[in-house]
Design a protein. Structure first.
Length: 154
């Protein structure tokens, strides 16, 4: 029984890796039947889009302020990055749009998520999927791919 269970788990794992995982050798289909390789698709990760839409400036009192503009529907501003009185302002965050953001008290990071208009329905996981998150640290303003790295940021 254990041997059969082990074979079944191995087979399912192999199926996942070869068909629907981000490590799958197949290419991704996008709008208008265009094909995009995985290497090109990596630039479309939520983390990379957040980094691309990030702009920072320092005010007269040397406090750092960063704005994160992602897609059409997300605009978040962090003022006083790294300070005890850091402020997070959601200028625009539309749950029904392409991107939106939430804040998690446990790890202290802003989570950028894809809304319905930003999800690639053909992508079950990895870049473009509904599980493609980015995490922004109010401690240093950097963008991470997972909450553990974001939580331990300094």
């Amino acid at each position: 029984m254990k041997k059969i269970l082990s074979i079944l788990i191995f087979t399912l794992s192999l199926f996942f890796v070869l068909t629907i995982s981000p490590f799958s050798p197949k290419t991704l289909k996008i709008d208008k039947n265009e094909e995009m390789s995985k290497a090109e698709n990596q630039t479309k990760t939520t983390r990379n889009l957040v980094v691309k839409g990030k702009s920072c400036k320092e005010d007269n009192s040397q406090q750092l302020e960063c704005t994160y503009q992602v897609g059409k529907d997300l605009n978040v501003v962090i003022t006083g990055i790294g300070q005890p009185d850091t402020a997070i302002t959601y200028m625009k965050s539309d749950f029904e749009g392409d991107f939106y953001a939430t804040y998690d008290v446990m790890h202290g990071c802003i989570i950028v998520k894809r809304g319905p208009k930003g999800i690639n329905r053909d992508q079950l996981c990895g870049p473009g999927s509904s599980f493609d998150y980015a995490f922004i640290s109010p401690k240093n303003g950097k963008v991470y791919t997972n909450w553990k790295d974001c939580q331990s940021a300094y």
